[in-house]
Design a protein around this ligand. Structure first.
Ligand code: TXA
Ligand code: MG
Length: 327
């Protein structure tokens, strides 16, 4: 199969036909690129799992074009959903609700709940409005780093999808916050740009354990994720990071440090990729940095960030991409 990258606006009509005929289309969103198919067509949804190499037991997010469309996806919509929608939608927040009969079990991995999100890209919302709600996981091969440019998607999925809509670089850069509204206390299952504090301002109480103990409620969280193709570790301690770097060099490797701008001087002669000064900048650039690192270097050392707020969301992805290996 030939894979074409087309500007989002220019490719819109073709994307509508592809989705309507049960084919895959890659969509740009503010978080990361998504591998989309008609969420109400089980055969189309199966193609997503095949193209990504995704385990069947990991459910998909359904993307809607306007808030009211949630009613076709969810059986009952609690008031909390509308309160959150008012503040955060469209945007990088996904909400888990009881699923409606219209949503096939292929989307929910056999479960009775469904994850719903309204993305911020106006062209993608036009695509959804003209075709159907779109189920879409991140448009990477399963377990690899999520894509934040059309070129990242092409690297992972060429030959597996007919059309990539190019919407430029993703503005947020890590996946949406996933919030479960089916639990007694709303629970953050995956941290993101919309932080637990921001949600608590709207809802009052939110549970945000960060780590999942026992049964994984959000099945995706139990898999290794976001992993670069070369070995990677994270370090809180700069001296340890530099020592490990020097060790790799002595062993004949080509290591790189991924760190925040303020460490530029301290890194000295060592190769580094800087993420930026603000948590938002780090969020936007972390995945592109990991992909650059795996292309050009043999070993990656990522500076660990603090566990709070937006930095905590970035650190969640760093921990996963290094498989929990901390120096
Ligand atoms: O920003 C995003 O969320 C991107 C863009 C494309 O929208 N999508 C994305 O999808 O990151 P994916 O499939 O890579 O991650 C979806 C996460 C997984 O951890 C999955 O287990 C969880 O959401 N999830 C989906 N449906 C769920 C459900 N019904 N209950 C609990 N967790 C669910
Ligand atoms: Mg993903």
């Amino acid at each position: 199969m030939e894979t074409r990258i087309v500007g989002a606006e220019e490719g819109l009509d073709e994307a509508v036909s592809l989705i309507k005929s049960g084919e895959l289309v890659v969509i740009p969103t503010e978080t990361v690129y998504g591998l989309g198919a008609d969420a109400l067509n089980p055969e189309a949804v199966k193609k997503i799992f095949e193209a990504k190499g995704r385990p069947q037991d990991n459910p998909l997010i359904v993307h809607i074009s306007r808030v009211e469309q949630v009613k076709t996806i969810a059986r009952e919509v609690p008031d909390e959903f509308y309160a959150l929608a008012e503040r955060f939608m469209p945007g990088p927040l996904t909400v888990v609700l009881e699923k409606s009969d219209a949503v096939p079990y292929e989307v929910t991995a056999g479960g009775h709940t469904v994850a719903v999100r309204m993305p911020n890209n106006a062209i993608v919302r036009r695509l959804i409005a003209a075709s159907s709600p779109i189920a879409a996981p991140s448009a990477n091969r399963s377990k690899h780093v999520s894509p934040t440019t059309a070129a990242h998607v092409y690297d992972d999925l060429k030959g597996r999808v007919p059309l990539i809509l190019d919407g430029g670089e993703c503005a947020v850069g890590i996946e949406s916050t996933v919030l479960d509204l089916t639990t007694d206390i709303p629970t953050v299952l995956r941290p993101g740009a919309v932080t637990a504090d921001m949600i608590a301002e709207v809802l009052g109480a939110v549970s945000s354990a960060g780590k999942i103990i026992g049964v994984a409620k959000s099945p995706g969280m139990k898999y290794e994720h976001y992993a670069p193709t070369v070995p990677a570790v994270a370090a809180y301690d700069e001296d340890k990071a530099f020592a490990r770097y020097d060790e790799e060099v002595r062993a004949g490797g080509r290591p790189v440090l991924i760190m925040r701008e303020r460490h530029r001087a301290a890194a000295g002669e060592r190769a580094f990729i800087s993420l930026g000064d603000t948590p938002e900048e780090c969020m936007r650039r972390i995945y592109a940095a990991l992909r650059k690192a795996e292309r050009e270097y043999t070993f990656v050392i990522v500076e660990a960030l603090s566990g709070k707020g937006a930095e905590g969301s970035v650190m969640n992805r760093i921990e996963k991409s290094v498989g929990g290996k901390l120096l």
